[in-house]
Design a protein around this ligand. Structure first.
Ligand code: C2E
Ligand code: MG
Ligand code: MG
Ligand code: MG
Length: 301
């Protein structure tokens, strides 16, 4: 019986292995296809940025926007970053794609400045793969070359991952210091999740913490999320850091944050990410006193 069981297990193991091999090969092939497609997409101008307002809830003003990447696939239509950013990171293509994002967002900020729109801050997501590149500062300098705005208007949202922090702390730190020397603002994105540990607050020259939306979304659920959000806000304050809540969707969440003196908010409650032209109209309406109550007004993605 024991023999039989072992034999069966081995057979099964072999089948599984075979199955895994096939699946891995298929996945690898799909990934290669995707990489090729992403490269083409970049050449053919299929990427675009949308901008989500970051609100100062004390006066309802838009203080800044976060640039978010979209892929307009000729057949599939709109593709969201969750589908392609991980592959771009694995294949290293994020460097080229990330450089495009930086240049495009800086170009856009410059255009808005010239259009006499309110002085906005531009928050750009930078993956750990980009921060750990020895030439990252050169890439930033190229993007800033024609920028006639105060570099502090540019805020880089750091997405910290294990590989970066375990193996490239030196280069990452050097890059972060270089960014600070240039006057650029730094935020830790998705704070509280993944690898965003407290030691980065100690070692890295950070300006702002961005509370992850998984906590904000559960503020009213009666679990630990409310206490965690409250603690992050209090910690930011005692460290002298700015703090913003992402993923704010309800009036209760807004009220909770207000009561704890966290007035910087971003989320569907205020506005969805939108193309530059839509944001411009939105800002112009605000200037002329229309749409005082922004919640729910903007629905395009
Ligand atoms: P993130 O940096 O945490 O960006 C916020 C995400 O939350 C965005 O998703 C945004 O559309 C979404 N969001 C905003 N408000 C709400 C809300 O009230 N409720 C909910 N449920 N979601 C909300 P998106 O645009 O799909 O981007 C997903 C992630 O992809 C980003 O998360 C970021 O990590 C990455 N990403 C996007 N653009 C770029 C980029 O240019 N470069 C890099 N490296 N990563 C990017
Ligand atoms: Mg992010
Ligand atoms: Mg972000
Ligand atoms: Mg997030």
């Amino acid at each position: 019986h024991a023999d039989m069981a072992m034999y069966a297990a081995k057979e099964q193991g072999r089948n599984n292995l075979c199955f895994y091999r096939k699946r891995m090969t298929r996945q690898a092939a799909q990934r290669r296809d995707m990489e090729t497609r992403l490269r083409q997409a970049l050449d053919q101008g299929e990427f675009a940025l949308v901008y989500q307002p970051q609100i100062d809830d004390r006066n309802g003003r838009i203080r800044g926007v976060e640039a978010l990447l979209r892929w307009h696939h000729p057949r599939r239509g709109l593709v969201y970053p969750a589908e392609f950013i991980p592959i771009a990171e694995e294949t290293g293509l994020i460097r080229t794609l990330g450089e495009w994002v930086l240049r495009e967002s800086c170009r856009q900020l410059r255009t808005w400045r010239h259009a006499q729109l309110p002085n906005l801050r531009m928050a750009v997501n930078i993956s750990g793969q980009q921060f750990k590149q020895p030439d990252f500062l050169t890439v930033v300098d190229r993007a800033l070359r024609e920028a006639d705005f105060d570099p502090a208007r540019l805020e880089l949202e750091m997405e910290l991952t294990e590989t970066v922090l375990l193996h490239n702390v030196e280069t990452t730190l050097r890059n972060l210091r270089g960014l600070k020397e240039r006057g650029i603002s730094l935020a830790i994105d998705d704070f509280g999740t993944g690898y965003s540990s407290l030691s980065y607050l100690k070692d890295f020259p950070i300006d702002r913490i961005k509370i992850d939306r998984s906590f904000v979304g559960e503020i009213s659920h009666g679990g630990n999320a409310a206490a965690i959000v409250g603690t992050i806000i209090a910690m930011a304050r005692s460290l002298g850091l700015a703090v913003i809540a992402e993923g704010v969707e309800t009036a209760q969440q807004v009220e909770f944050l207000r009561q704890r003196d966290c007035f910087d908010m971003q989320g569907y409650y205020f506005a969805r990410p939108m193309p530059a032209a839509v944001l411009e109209r939105y800002l112009q309406n605000i200037q002329t006193g229309k749409n005082r109550r922004s919640p729910g007004l903007i629905t395009c993605r």
